[in-house]
Every structure is written in C-alpha cells, then in structure tokens.
Design a protein around this ligand. Structure first.
Ligand SMILES: [Zn+2]
Length: 387
C-alpha cells in the first residue's frame, strides 16, 4: 500500500498547518515539512483536515434514496406516519439493499466513514432489514453498525423480543428500544428486557426516547440508574431525548450529571418539529453528544442529504448557536462524539489512529459546518476514496 502525504493542511484542533503522512491504513506522522520519498503527495494547503464523519443515528433500511422521488403524503401524526410506513413498504420494495448501497455511496462521498443505523425488527419484516443492510455494507467502504430496532414496540408486539435476540445472535452490534412508557406502556419491563439483552450479548444499547416532559425525564433517570448498576457505561445511548429540551434547568443539570457519571450518551437528529437537547450544557457536564440524520428520504419524511456537515449545521442552527466555539460543538457531535457513542477505537487525528479522514476547503470548523462545501478528499483506512 503506497504511503499518502497530505501536504500543508490544517488538522482540526492542532492550531497550525501540518503535513499528515498515512502509512498502512494509519496516520503515521503529523508534523511540518515531512519528507516521504515514494509517497503519493496530495496538496491540501490551507484546507481543514477532519477525522471521518460519524453518522450516529439513521435508518438505512427505510430509505427510498436512489429511486424516483416518492411524494410524501402521510398525515403528520405518529399513527399516520406508522400507517404510511407499514402500508407502503412492500409496494415500494423497502428494505432494498440496492437503495441502501446508493445511500451509503452518497454518505461516503460526503466524508462519512462510520454509520450507526437503526434497523426495523418486527414480526412482519423479521430480519430482512438486517440482511439488506449487511448486503449493502459488504460492498461499501463505510463501517456500518446496526441497532436491532423495535419500531413498532416490543411488549405490545408479540414475537418482537425473540427477534431482537435473534438479531443479536446473528451479530448485530446493538439492541434498540422505543418509548418504554409512551409506546410499550411499561417502562420497567421494557428497560429490563433491552438492558438484559445488552448485558447478555455484550451489545450496545441505543434507545429511541420521544416521550416528553416529566415522563421522559423519569425514563431518563431509569435508564441512567440501570446503566450505572449494570456497569454498562460507554455502551448506552439515548436517541432524541426530546424531554431534555423541555425540562427546567435544574432538572436538566441533574440529568446531565447522571449521564456523565453513568456513561450515558445522547444522540440528536435535530428533528425539525421537536426540541433539541441542550448540547452546550451536556458537553459542559462531560456528556457524550452524537448526532445523525434520523430518516433519510423515506416514508417517515422527505428530508435528508446524507451529508454530516450539513446535519451538524442543522444541529447548530436549531441550538441557536452563533459563536464559532458553539458551532464547533455540533461538529464535535458529528465526529468525536459519535465515535465515543459507537465505541470506535483509534479514532482521531493523532499518529496511530486509523486514517479515516476528510478534507474540506475551509479555514476552520465553524466555516466547515456553515458552508459544508463539497469535500476535497475522503479517505477510509488509508485508501483515498474521493479526491
Ligand atoms: Zn430514529
């Protein structure tokens, strides 16, 4: 494998231009004036070098991307969206490995190197979504990790718990959950079940929590308590956590402290119709914050481009961030935060880290988020995918 020397870029966080020498799939050296005879040299003078972007919450199995535009006609209620999804999946050929592959190619060209995707598991679709994602991921450079996701409830949907376990047995990396109170009507049993699966299979747990207000707050306490008692810190993520954006400041502070101590991460998609978690407060408390698109061009909604810099812009915009240092928090969620939530090893811009890199023609992180221009270069495991 030929060495690659990225000449004159601005590695994020370094504060000065430096060359990045890539050897055998890893970052070998970050320094000024590197000499590397025989290396392929790419001049990126003055351009920002970021670690590979991490999409920490999406639904690849649901996507319609790559086919013709499908007009979105669902009424805007949860029941309407679920009905639209279930009613039209078969007709539109969802899940489709071909469409998932097309979306992964789009994401990769935009610099995404790692994806966590929530794959529907229910008695109707069985494990077909898991298989379609595996098939598409096999021919993609993107590192794809699945969450076995009970989109239609666990306790209220007999057969789903067994299928979640089958998915974990087949090698799916994480188990999901969905509104233990609002959907499944029994938060204690729901959480016992999904935490039990995570513990038994050494899996991550990433739970969708849309339940709002004090109900959602209480469920966040239950999740934090279980994470601490079971010693699952670093392996538990709560996705959406809309309640966090609705609670008063002192309750937010208490929950944030608990997440930091127990090792619970928060993933936000900055969904346009719900409050965004208080990212600044969470980061100040030491909580891992990740982000993602949620659905991309599917029966739940028409939006999503697959570009994590654009998604970081949505996160910053919805958080009403204006200062560069605040906007940078959104980029942190799309990179290091996502990497911590997913448990990625050797992630970053230091010698020894995997050479998963993206170069953007910008002078700094806030500009990269706001402008999100076309990527100059994308590299995965030391291989230049796009230049
Ligand atoms: Zn989701």
């Amino acid at each position: 494998m030929t060495d690659v020397l990225l000449r004159g870029g601005l590695p994020w966080g370094l504060g000065a231009p430096a060359d990045v020498l890539v050897r055998d799939g890893r970052i070998h050296l970050v320094a000024q004036g590197v000499e590397a005879p025989g290396a392929r040299i790419v001049d990126i003078a003055g351009q920002l070098v970021l670690p590979g972007l991490v999409e920490a919450h999406c639904h690849l199995d649901k996507t319609l991307y790559g086919g013709p535009w499908v007009p979105h006609s669902a009424d805007d209620t949860l029941a309407g969206r679920i009905g639209n999804d279930l009613g039209r999946r078969a007709e539109l050929g969802v899940p489709s490995a071909e469409r998932i592959a097309a979306l992964l190619a789009l994401m990769s060209a935009a610099g995404t190197t790692h994806v966590r995707t929530h794959t529907d598991i229910d008695p109707l679709v069985g494990l077909r979504g898991v298989e379609a994602v595996l098939e598409a991921a096999a021919s993609s450079p993107v590192d794809v990790r699945q969450v076995a996701f009970p989109q239609h409830g666990v306790l209220i949907n007999p057969g789903t718990a067994e299928l979640l376990e089958d998915a974990l047995k087949s090698g799916v990396e994480a188990v999901g959950g969905l509104d233990p109170a609002g959907i499944d009507r029994d938060p204690v049993r729901h959480l016992d079940l999904v935490f039990g699966l995570a513990e038994r299979y050494g899996a991550h747990l990433d739970l969708h929590l849309h339940d709002g207000g004090s109900l959602g707050g209480w469920e966040l306490e239950l999740i934090t308590e279980r994470t601490r008692v079971l010693g699952l810190g670093g392996r538990v993520t709560v996705s959406h956590a809309y309640a966090l954006g609705q609670l008063d400041e002192s309750y937010q502070d208490r929950l944030a402290q608990g997440f930091a101590e127990a090792g619970v991460a928060i993933a936000t998609a900055a969904v346009y119709s719900f409050p965004v978690p208080p990212i600044k407060k969470l980061r100040a408390a030491g909580v891992t914050v990740a982000c993602g698109h949620d659905g991309i061009r599917d029966l739940w909604g028409p939006y999503g481009s697959g570009d994590m810099l654009e998604r970081a812009m949505h996160v910053a915009y919805r958080s009403t961030f204006r200062r560069d240092e605040d906007i940078e928090l959104a980029l942190e969620a799309a990179t290091y935060g996502g990497a911590r939530a997913l448990g990625l090893e050797s992630y970053g811009l230091s010698p020894g880290d995997r050479a998963d890199l993206v170069v953007v023609p910008c002078g700094g992180a806030a500009e990269a988020v706001v402008v999100h221009p076309a990527r100059t270069l994308v590299m995965k495991d030391g291989v230049v995918l796009h230049n």
